[in-house]
Design a protein around this ligand. Structure first.
Ligand SMILES: [Zn+2]
Length: 525
């Protein structure tokens, strides 16, 4: 290895060691806080530590792709803080008691425990397929009844709630002056936007239930008021308080949870504990639109997360969901999925070349090529820092991916340089490019860490299936090889007319070919 390289790599290493230590958590981070709708500099309660809560699913059926977007946004936030060197306590809940769950119990003739366990297992299998990391604590409502009852008692003691003759407990929103601060709308507007049931027992139509008496045959727990079960909102407040304390740094959920769920969480927690703010930063991911329509189970246009993950795999799912900023609505359609497949193929085709180069032992001196790689190594270092800047700017994953694709184009351009592959600089560059991919993109966005061979094979299958679904005739590998063999022969015979015909024939079948001194390679478009 020449002196120039030794110097360059040791400089890069020192820089990385420095930035990966404690200084990383001091890098400025900005989030768009849903409360106040402003981009703010993030500062946790305890430097270097993050307390993070994300509202998890209600387990009464399989999740759809819209739920998957929220889950992957939570996973992104968790991975990001870990990458930036924070000690993260991440709590995600399962709502395992709810009207819809009771309905499903009756329909499937199963106990509450059996039905919720069935769908928790199903959700966790989906999350594993989507390559999501395990939270610090996964909590269930039914494990937190004592904490929920205690919190309701505190709310009542502080004069923020009232009990009806039937033993139903309501939160009184008129007692909580800043009610509506997260939604940032006047109360009459909030009321108009809600389908508020007429209930003469309520003092204000927007008052919400903290404890509901059970109807005959429903699952119930004892309480000072009536045998019954908690309202939906109180459960998140109680579980967050148990595992994170009265105040947390970041709270996440889908945008549909802002009102009333998160508005009510703030009111309950602050009324019970007196500590403000309940959460320093509120992050909400936008909707996932299916062919332009808002996704929700009630609309019936469900694409099950399992079907999608089983067919495309976790990396394609992550690429579709995380290549768009979490606050922008995401159009989930064939085109978006095709883009993700193509983008992932570009990453893994480049990785395949890098993996092969890394294994090469022989290298020839070539000052010209060495200079090319010297420039590339510096570009790797710049990209690493630029990607982190994008993440720190309100989790701009689209910006981070775009930086990485610029580096990948540079990687391919440098490789095309005469003799570049055979120099020691190429091996260093291959290592560095893979490190940027795995450490900066893989650790946070969660793509690029697998072996290229496995992923490229999977992507090839996806493309073949798509072509078949579209009614195209799909050329098999054997057919392509046969045509390429013929093309090699006619080119030796200088029959360029036939050679061009074969190229066109392959192109028409969606096969792109590329000639290089090492031979001809091909891929499906
Ligand atoms: Zn919640």
């Amino acid at each position: 290895m020449c002196f120039y390289y030794q110097k360059l790599t040791s400089t890069i290493q020192t820089k990385q060691d420095k930035s990966d230590m404690a200084t990383l958590t001091e890098r400025p981070i900005y989030f768009t806080n849903s409360k106040g709708h402003k981009k703010e500099r993030f500062s946790p309660q305890v430097p270097g530590e993050v307390k993070f809560y994300s509202c998890g699913p209600t387990v009464y059926g399989p999740i759809h792709v819209g739920n998957l977007r929220a889950a992957l946004t939570a996973d992104l936030i968790f991975r990001f803080f870990k990458k930036m060197g924070f000690k993260v306590t991440y709590v995600r809940n399962y709502t395992d008691i709810d009207d819809r769950i009771i309905g499903q119990m009756i329909q499937e003739k199963l106990t509450l425990e059996a039905i919720t366990q069935k769908y928790i297992t199903s959700v966790e299998q989906d999350y594993a397929l989507a390559l999501m990391e395990e939270p610090t604590h996964k909590t269930k409502v039914t494990d937190h009844l004592p904490e929920i009852v205690t919190m309701i008692e505190q709310i009542l003691q502080h004069q923020h709630g009232y009990v009806t003759d039937e033993g139903e407990v309501f939160f009184s929103i008129d007692s909580f002056k800043s009610y509506g601060s997260l939604s940032n709308k006047p109360l009459d507007e909030l009321q108009a936007g809600q389908r508020v049931e007429v209930n003469p027992k309520k003092r204000n139509p927007l008052d919400f239930s903290l404890w509901k008496p059970a109807k005959p045959g429903e699952p119930s727990w004892s309480s000072p008021w009536a045998k019954g079960r908690p309202g939906w909102h109180i459960e998140c407040s109680a579980m967050a308080c148990k595992w994170l304390g009265a105040q947390m740094d970041v709270h996440h959920g889908g945008v549909d949870l802002i009102f009333p769920h998160h508005e009510n969480e703030i009111a309950q927690s602050e009324a019970a504990t007196g500590a403000q703010p309940y959460a320093k930063v509120w992050l909400h991911n936008a909707f996932l639109n299916l062919s332009g329509e808002k996704m929700s189970k009630s609309l019936g246009n469900i694409v099950s997360a399992r079907d999608f993950l089983a067919h495309y795999g976790g990396e394609v799912a992550r690429m579709v969901m995380l290549s768009v900023h979490y606050r922008s609505s995401l159009d989930f359609n064939g085109e978006a999925v095709d883009h993700a497949v193509t983008a992932l193929a570009r990453i893994y085709e480049a990785k395949e070349k890098a993996e092969k180069l890394r294994e090469k032992k022989i290298s020839l001196p070539d000052p010209m090529a060495e200079q090319v790689w010297g420039g590339f190594l510096m570009e790797c270092e710049r990209t690493r820092s630029a990607i982190r800047d994008h993440y720190c700017n309100d989790l701009n994953t689209a910006g981070a991916l775009s930086e990485f694709f610029t580096l990948t184009r540079e990687w391919n351009r440098c490789l095309a340089h005469p003799n570049a592959e055979n120099t020691s600089g190429a091996i260093l560059a291959a290592n560095e490019w893979i490190k940027v991919l795995e450490e900066e993109i893989g650790s946070v966005i969660g793509v690029g860490r697998a072996r290229s061979e496995t992923v490229l094979k999977k992507l090839e299958e996806i493309k073949v299936l798509r072509a078949e679904n579209e009614g195209q005739k799909v050329m098999t590998e054997a057919e392509v090889s046969l045509l390429l063999e013929e093309r090699k022969q006619v080119r030796l015979e200088k029959n360029f007319k036939r050679s061009d015909e074969i190229r066109d024939l392959l192109l028409a079948a969606g096969i792109e070919i590329k000639d290089s001194p090492q031979g001809t390679t091909w891929k499906r478009r």
